[in-house]
Write a protein that binds this ligand. Structure first.
Ligand code: ADP
Ligand code: ZN
Length: 437
């Protein structure tokens, strides 16, 4: 395969040089961090008075972790390191897990961020000839503007459609010959269902690629979207604390997400002991931002679970690859004492051909016990009044799921289009169990 690189000298830089570059940038980031009230105190306590105190990349471990809680404590300006009037942009996280946190950017920060997103987009084979429909939320959420700027930096024609209104999305695709879209994986599945429902023929659109991220999804979900829409789907990872999209992205080999190590330093730790895991093991991703002056954030505990591949990528890029994310440390459900990640359920469900494009995990209390109910839309053409067939499908899903998660679920089958669809991040879990019991 012919791989396409935006900036080959950096993307294929020998590891030794890349690490030297990281060290130099880390020193600068520490100096910058010391200009914030939060890090002045936090780093001061750890005996770090200037970037010069960091003599090697190993010294990174002298820097204490920063948590989401710290960011909230530091609200609004505890992490700001430049004069307020040099800030040109504010963004915030979507607040999936509580109060949102804010991030500030200088004009140079915006340029650097766009450059990283452009590198991701270009690395999937896109060029200025592409027409890019950005079907994700604009606004404080970083996915909208982040990809918008990155797309323009590549030179593509960007259509800022935002999410929702599938009829209008199809019109835009047909009128302007959209070749690439960006959306959450759940919205892409919804788009495919709607395309069928509204009778939009595949030949009437020129779509060939999609960037899908902002929420975890399984390899089977990717394959499903690729097969249903006959496109290539690339996994995109980012978080507002690290600018947003452009942190890690799949290349054309589609075997893990390259973490852009000239912009970020990644570590994988055991979330309980806070020690690094062994090479290749799964744990919590910790990121330090090397490419933002206005809001320096070091050793941020993302709560996202992944691990590094140890073998190099066939594309020749030297930046380490992260495995597909399986969720967040705080996603874990405890069902009658058994730990279950929603991603384990998705993996089973989305691999089954009878299953349609949407599902929902519901938890209820039945007497003293927890009850797991998985509501599943069946594939088009399957929903019928044939009770025997439906029962057989239910029983098949129930068995496979129980074997995988060791909890016995109740399966409910629904017709396509019945379960709620979110325009932003999918809400896959509805926990109706009374709290505090
Ligand atoms: P939050 O959702 O924490 O309020 P953001 O809007 O910044 O904040 O979203 C970032 C989070 O979205 C990440 O920390 C991660 O949990 C999730 N995420 C983003 N991209 C992916 C992806 N490709 N795979 C899995 N999870 C992702
Ligand atoms: Zn690669």
């Amino acid at each position: 395969m012919e791989f396409q690189y935006r900036n080959p000298e950096i993307e294929k830089m020998p590891r030794r040089e890349l690490e030297a570059l990281q060290l130099a940038k880390l020193k600068t980031a520490v100096d910058q961090a010391l200009r914030t009230s939060f890090y002045k105190e936090r780093l001061g306590k750890a005996g770090i008075k200037s970037g010069g105190d960091i003599k090697s990349l190993e010294d990174l471990r002298k820097i204490p972790y920063t948590t989401k809680h710290d960011l909230r404590e530091g609200f609004p300006y505890g992490f700001l390191s430049i004069p307020r009037d040099e800030v040109v942009r504010l963004h915030a996280s979507s607040g999936t897990t509580g109060v949102p946190t804010t991030i500030y950017l200088s004009a140079d920060d915006v340029k650097r961020w766009s450059y990283f997103v452009a590198r991701c987009i270009y690395g999937t084979g896109c060029t200025r000839a592409d027409v890019f429909q950005n079907m994700i939320t604009y606004g404080l959420f970083t996915g909208g503007l982040g990809f918008h700027q990155g797309g323009e930096e590549v030179g593509m024609m960007v259509i800022p459609s935002g999410p929702g209104n599938t009829t209008r999305q199809f019109r835009l695709m047909q009128d302007f010959g959209t070749t690439v879209v960006h959306a959450t994986p759940s919205f892409l599945l919804h788009v495919q269902s709607k395309m069928q429902e509204e009778g939009v023929s595949r030949d009437s659109v020129k779509l060939r690629k999609a960037f899908a991220g902002a929420e975890p999804y399984s390899e089977d979900t990717r394959r499903r979207i690729e097969a249903l829409l006959t496109i290539d789907v690339y996994n995109s990872y980012g978080l507002s604390e690290m600018n947003g999209p452009g942190v890690a992205f799949e290349c054309q080999a589609k075997t893990g997400l390259h973490l852009w190590e000239d912009g970020y330093i990644g570590e994988i730790i055991n979330p309980d002991t806070l020690e690094p895991v062994k090479d290749g093991e799964t744990g919590e991703l910790v990121l330090s931002c090397l490419c933002r002056e206005a809001t320096p954030i070091l050793r941020y505990r993302t709560r996202d679970l992944s691990g590094f591949y140890t073998e190099p990528c066939e594309c020749g890029r030297t930046h380490k690859r992260l495995r597909r994310f399986t969720g967040r440390t705080d996603d874990m459900l405890i069902i009658n004492g058994v730990n279950v990640f929603p991603s384990q359920i998705e993996e089973v469900v989305m691999a089954m051909p009878e299953v349609g494009n949407n599902y929902l995990i519901v938890l209820e209390k039945e007497g003293a016990l927890d009850r797991l109910i998985v509501k599943i839309e069946v594939g088009s053409g399957i929903f019928a009044d044939d009770a025997r067939l439906m029962n057989a499908i239910k029983e098949k899903i129930r068995k496979v799921l129980q074997a995988s998660i060791t909890v016995n679920p109740r399966i409910e089958l629904h017709e396509g289009g019945v379960l709620p669809v979110s325009e932003g991040k999918a809400k896959r879990v509805q926990d109706n169990r009374p709290k505090g019991l």
